[in-house]
Design a protein around this ligand. Sequence first.
Ligand code: 1GP
Length: 247
Amino acid sequence: MKTVYRHMLDVKEARGAGYVVLLDPDKYAPEDLALQAEVISKYADLIFVGGSLCVRHDFDEAVKRVKAASEVPVVVFPGDSTQVSQHADALLFLSLVSGRNPDLLIGEHVKAAPRIYRCGLETIPVAYMLVESGETTSVQFISQSLAIPPSKPELAIAHALAGEYLGMKMVFLEAGSGARHHVPAEMVRAVAGYVSIPIIVGGGIRTPDDARALAGAGASFIVTGDVIEKKGGIDMLRDFTAAVHSA
Ligand code: 1GP
């Protein structure tokens, strides 16, 4: 069977860039989660499920609901080691390489590894990098780590290259959910000029034009969560998908 990683590479090859919607279980009532997943999966190339915390749901149950309703692969985008689910198609094994918090570089991974093994989950190792976005986001607060200043692309390049040399399969440039400013296109372009692994960009992307510009700058995957949760609807999903695929 084709891995999710292979599916992602195929999407990138066929469409130039892929569109991903993040479903944060805490933002939805259980019955809405499945409805949202069903609609989103008609447009997006992938669904990510996860959040800084999971307060309102049992995480495994939430992923099960999303998976049952989705026509596209469902990938865990974990906020911590408790966010592992046998119902997902894969899990982003994120190492927060922009920070110096050992728990988020390797500690949480050790805690999650036995459960991932028992679930037989595909893991996609990702160099996860926080980029400053105008205010403190949940991911910055929870990770207690400094973010890369948007005016320092050379720092982003060096971290992304280090991630690639460590064997990570993707880079994630993250401004944080609801960020005031998304990662600048210039930073994406700078990193894309150096690394050969796909670049995921997310956080604070609110318009299809922004998504198109970031994909045009070299992002292989664009992630939106907040905008779909707040203003979502079929038109918005269609416009984002078209923008990303046309970049
Ligand atoms: C957060 O990149 C994702 O991890 C999505 O961010 O919710 O701001 O779209 P938004």
